[in-house]
Design a protein around this ligand. Structure first.
Ligand code: SF4
Ligand code: F3S
Length: 104
């Protein structure tokens, strides 16, 4: 499966949702997650993210993100249509440790 990681937080560009063939993105206030049981591993969303926040879970160190994606995908509503990025998206793109600073 692919997972949404730290740099989506407070950017939320949403380009990813438009290309997913199985509509498996779910939306929270500050970022999105991918439902790991629905993702078919096609990989088309990865290059679409302007913030490079989408990674295959085969990359090392993503256990926490995989858990977090799985957890919130069952709680948040599905999103399939692109919307405007968050107003602070540009300034927030690339900021380190967003999860620790902004996740609540
Ligand atoms: Fe959707 Fe494919 Fe991305 Fe999985 S890898 S979230 S199926 S676009
Ligand atoms: Fe987030 Fe990138 Fe999608 S910033 S909303 S994963 S396009």
């Amino acid at each position: 499966t692919y997972v949404v990681t730290d740099n989506c937080i407070r950017c939320k560009y949403t380009d990813c949702v438009e290309v997913c063939p199985v509509d498996c993105f779910y939306e929270g206030e500050n970022f999105l997650v991918i439902h790991p049981d629905e993702c078919i591993d096609c990989g088309v969303c990865e290059p679409e993210c302007p913030a490079n926040a989408i990674k295959p879970d085969t990359e090392p160190g993503l256990d926490m993100w995989l858990k977090l994606n799985a957890d919130f995908a069952t709680k948040w509503p599905n999103i399939t249509v692109k919307r405007d990025p968050l107003p602070e998206a540009k300034e927030m793109d690339g900021v380190d440790g967003k999860y620790e600073k902004y996740f609540s």
